[in-house]
Design a binder for this molecule. Sequence first.
Ligand SMILES: C[S@@+](CC[C@H](N)C(=O)[O-])C[C@H]1O[C@@H](n2cnc3c(N)ncnc32)[C@H](O)[C@@H]1O
Length: 250
Amino acid sequence: MSDPTRGQRASSFGTRAAEYARHRPDYPRPAIEWGLSGATGTARRVLDLGAGTGKLTLGLTALGLDVTAVEPDPEMRAELERAVPSAKSLAGQAERIPLPDAAVDAVLVGQAFHWFDVPAALTEIGRVLRPGGVCVPMWNYEDESVPWVAGFTELGRDGTRRPASVEAIRELTHPAFEPFEIGRFRHAQRRTAESLVETIATYSKVIVAPPAESAALLGRLRRYLAEHPATADGEFDLPLVTTALRARRS
Ligand SMILES: C[S@@+](CC[C@H](N)C(=O)[O-])C[C@H]1O[C@@H](n2cnc3c(N)ncnc32)[C@H](O)[C@@H]1O
């Protein structure tokens, strides 16, 4: 696919906010709990940074936590405020978080950390975390150890291998943080061929591609799912792996 700038992709999601809310997966509770348990003491005040339509925010409120969500895109934030009215929602960026120093015990980031200016964001996350608090970026990826899933994701490759980019982030160091640890958590999302194609249509590279290019890709994916016995008829489980990192604020 063509190669628009990173900035274009990072700010593209709002144009598909309703579809994003309908089709993207949520995060498994064990991944969230593993992340939070990286803090010393109790993690009760939590920030969901780059919170989008509130997929991770909802998982945090379900644990009875005091949740603030920060998201720059007004359309994404509007979906979040509808879906998770109990969370406090703020406009803001990872590189300039609208919270005072040491305001939270944990900062969680779902599927957004790779869009940040990471060194600047880590400095800001370190500022809003209390000492001993924890930073937890996490990503949902299709589980490519399953053959039909590997064939499916191969069709949409843009040259980047996503687990490799998580590994690169894991290697980062920052003076405010202890080294990152990694955890992996399997889960699944109930899909049909059409709803899985709708999910892929919310990926930034599809949103920003020229319409003919994204239509061609979605067509290839639709044909693959129609021809594969695991996905041709009705509902199926899309196997997912949540890869989470956690680093304690020193
Ligand atoms: C793929 S969505 C993830 C949304 C949500 N966290 C989730 O897990 O579904 C990426 C989100 O990051 C936001 N984003 C992009 N750049 C950002 C930045 N520099 N600071 C904070 N959020 C950012 C986008 O507006 C978008 O809502």
